[in-house]
Design a protein around this ligand. Structure first.
Ligand SMILES: Nc1ncnc2c1ncn2[C@@H]1O[C@H](COP(=O)(O)OP(=O)(O)OP(=O)(O)O)[C@@H](O)[C@H]1O
Ligand SMILES: [Mg+2]
Length: 455
């Protein structure tokens, strides 16, 4: 057994447990690792969690057709070859599956020697294309993606995910606190995709009224409403061939969600006032700083739309979870602003790094950027000093939230901690109640009530 095969990991998907066990055992004897799932849904989940070199799947399983299954796999993980197993005599199914992106097929009853050969070929294919991808992507920054800065484990993991996502055409939901780089990520996905020479269009779904958003997205015909003096194409068609980012998706009004879902399902738009559907070819990315799953649970966001836009979910870590990336980003912004301000500032004075690392950065990278811009403008030296930082950062110490030691007499009731923490968050976000509410996971009324209760 060669090296390639002994490292390989195969995912078997078949609704018949016997079949799975049979193949697993046989492959084990041949020195090939495998794991099995009884449904497509479980397989998608497994692909999220673990690295597989090849997926071997039955096409006829209850619930999902072979075609859907193949699409789902090849869309979410185009780098993992899929081999389909079809019953003898149903070659048509195999061909359909191949059209849907399967790498190869094998007929049942399975001939184990043949299966091993087929698997080997698929695995070698995958390892080759992986090498090509790495060669193409090789830059001086190890594990970098686009213009993004950061080397923390959280970011390296994100880059790996983004590399895979960029190659696929699946819908991506980008979640993260405000200022974590959602738009930057969306642009980088586009720039690294096969659509990179086509348009990238972004629209803020929270900023427009329902009527305006509809004509903005779908366009309108002349005279569709009072202000429609001329025809408008709409952003779906502007982005044709490229990528459309629907930003602040969590704020989209319900009636608009219905129309968007229809549009995404039918892959065509109907401009306001028109009775014709115009097809488009657009990759749809969405971004939000809300927890959409909660919005779904609370009935503020349509569940069917959520699944449609969340084929792949990307969670951006907050800056406080990125360790010393804060300093890398600070250096980057320092250089940038020193150049644009024509000031000879070239670093940070002693103690500044500690302050930057201790602070909680509720406004994330955008806040850091603003802080450094201000400091570069303010400083009278060739280094940024603690005095050049805003007070909330220079005064910030990690111990602000003292909980108490091990002496029982020092310990305080839960309510007390809660009140202190609410105040702490409010302070950190400069009194912005909406933002504080988001961080705390409470609504504004509750915060107000809790603070009032405690006097
Ligand atoms: N990893 C990064 N490296 C370099 N710059 C970054 C990084 N992440 C974010 N930025 C910069 O931080 C700023 C905020 O990023 P962006 O606008 O993408 O955030 P956002 O998540 O869309 O924020 P919001 O929720 O407020 O819309 C931008 O100037 C962006 O270029
Ligand atoms: Mg944004």
């Amino acid at each position: 057994m060669n090296q390639t095969m002994s490292n390989a990991n195969v995912l078997i998907v078949d609704d018949e447990r016997n079949m799975c066990e049979l193949i697993e055992t046989d492959l084990r004897l041949r020195g090939i690792n495998s794991r099995w799932c009884l449904s497509a849904a479980d397989a998608v989940e497994a692909l999220h969690q673990e690295n597989f070199d090849v997926v071997l799947t039955d096409v006829k399983m209850p619930g999902t057709t072979g075609l859907q299954l193949c699409r789902q796999f090849t869309e979410t993980r185009p780098d993992v070859p899929v081999i389909v197993m079809t019953a003898f005599g149903t070659l048509e199914t195999a061909i359909t599956a191949m059209r849907a992106g399967a790498y190869d097929f094998i007929t049942k009853p399975i001939e184990m020697d043949l299966l091993a050969i087929t698997l080997r070929r698929a695995i070698e294919h995958r390892q080759l294309s992986e090498q090509v991808r790495l060669l193409n992507a090789s830059s001086d920054e190890v594990g970098a993606f686009g213009e993004m800065i950061g080397k923390s484990p959280a970011m390296v993991k994100l880059y790996e995910q983004l590399q895979r996502v960029a190659q696929s055409d699946a819908a991506v939901l980008i979640c993260g606190e405000s200022g974590t780089g959602k738009e930057l990520v969306a642009r980088s996905i586009h720039a690294n995709s096969r659509r990179s020479d086509q348009p990238f269009v972004a629209v803020n779904c929270g900023a427009l009224s329902e009527t305006l958003l509809e004509s903005e997205l779908f366009g309108h015909v002349k005279g569709a409403f009072t202000d429609a003096r001329s025809e408008r194409r709409g952003l779906f068609l502007e982005a044709d061939g490229g990528t459309l980012l629907l930003d602040e998706m969590g704020e989209m009004p319900m009636p608009m969600q219905v129309k968007l879902l229809r549009t995404l399902e039918e892959r065509s738009v109907r401009p306001v006032g028109s009775d014709k559907d115009i097809p488009f070819d657009v990759r749809v990315l969405t971004a939000t700083n809300r927890d959409l799953e909660t919005s779904v649970a609370e009935g503020r966001f349509r569940e069917d739309l959520f699944y449609r836009i969340n084929v792949i979910g990307i969670q951006l870590p907050p800056l406080r979870a990125r360790g010393t990336d804060t300093l890398r980003l600070a250096e980057h912004f320092l250089k940038q602003f020193a150049r644009s301000e024509r000031k000879s500032v070239d670093g940070f004075a002693e103690g500044v790094a500690e302050k930057l690392l201790a602070y909680s950065w509720p406004g994330n990278i955008r806040e850091l950027r603003n802080v450094i811009e201000r400091a570069v403008a303010l400083t009278r030296y060739d280094k940024i000093t603690i005095e050049d930082l805003p007070e909330k950062i220079s005064n910030f110490s990690a111990g602000t939230l003292f909980i108490g030691g091990l002496d029982p007499s020092e310990l305080v009731p839960m309510e007390d901690i809660e009140r202190r923490y609410i105040n702490h968050v409010l302070e950190a976000v400069g009194g912005n109640q909406t933002q504080a509410a988001r961080i705390l996971g409470l609504d504004r009324k509750t915060i107000y009530r809790k603070l009032k209760q405690e006097g």
